[in-house]
Design a binder for this molecule. Sequence first.
Ligand code: PLP
Length: 444
Amino acid sequence: MSKTQFVSKRAPVFKDIPDEKWNDWRWQLGHRLNTIEEFEKVLKLTESEKKALNAPGLFRVDITPYFVSLINPEDPFDPIRKQVIPTSEELQPFTGEMEDSLAEDMHSPVPGLVHRYPDRVLMLITNTCASYCRYCTRARLVGDPHQSFSNEDFEAQLEYLRNTPQVRDVLISGGDPLTLAPRVLERVLNSLREIEHIEIIRIGSRVPVFMPQRVTDELCELLQNYHPLWLNIHVNHPNEITHELALACDKLTRAGIPLGNQSVLLAGVNDDPLLMRQLVRDLVRIRVRPYYIYQCDLVHGAGHFRTPVAKGLEIMEALRGHTSGFANPTYVVDAPGGGGKIPLMPNYMIAQSDNAVVLRNFEGFITTYEQPTNYTRPAKSLTDPYKDLGNEGQEGVLGLLQGKQVSIKPEGFDQLRGRGGVKHRLRADESKWKALGKGDQSQN
Ligand SMILES: *Cc1c(COP(=O)(O)O)cnc(C)c1O
């Protein structure tokens, strides 16, 4: 495998399109497929796919000629086909589904800005993508041309960011920011760079995967004016790694942009340990570092893509130790209801005592690590130079470890069964805590 070159593909129906057009992202965008008649020219639709494409209120369908060409037309189970062509399964509600499963709207101080973590925000500035993933977690916002973000929304987002100095990292994501007109994108990046406390800008984009033609020299020149700028792409299956994607990633990397990848764990697409091992190996070959594997969200239309969490753990078991450390992503469940990303991995610690931990490796080799018996905290706190760095928001479990509080209670805990009478005392200096304006965190 390592010697094979990544291939280019073009469906027979496009064979007479001149290369200048095929390689022009505007042509790709303008010739996206979305009707039964168009798809039938490329592949034979199943009854289930036709039913979905005829269904009223279906989440938007659009596929670039480039991406549709990666589908093996003979295979109704093709992993790329499943990601972008709807089936009637999409119309099935399932237990547990939610419209806004990550409660993003609840965490939006202004439209399109999600501030869930202390030092970074997610910024949504368009609801357009180059093609539409059938399992889209933001189907409620994305794809609807009548529900676009306005200029006032954008100004309100900037105003919030200017007034919120703890935000040092802005992640612009989907809708896909790289579908914006170059001048609009430039304006967005310029406006963010004018805010001094924003240290890094991140872009989440599937454009390099759906439409690698968009990654032109001009785009790379534009982006590299806004460093430090990081970019995450979204590849789910090795078949998406083509010669064109490899070229696009090479250009972005040469522009100094570190590339990562986010995959979504999808039944029938990539729920296989060996396939995922191949995917991460192919990604690092094109200098893209696997970043996250997401458990599929509880979003309407995606029920048939869901896997048990055990599948994700099995995949992680197949990666750690079996392939390069930097090819190992973090497997996360984005907590329904808005808890944010929660990382999961197999257990490598088998047992622990005061003086030893018992560990196992990827092969099942079991060993012990003797703990030091003479460990003491540093005489001079190492925290001093950093203590003024605002740690806004919840101290979280770290706060429990540091003795700043004793417990974290669910809402309404104190009202339950008369438990409320006694207030836990904070182990740390309570008045100092209050002076910091943190209040009693256990109430949150
Ligand atoms: C994923 C996400 C981020 C970025 O999280 P990282 O773990 O730093 O990549 C930020 N905000 C929101 C709302 C997110 O969903």
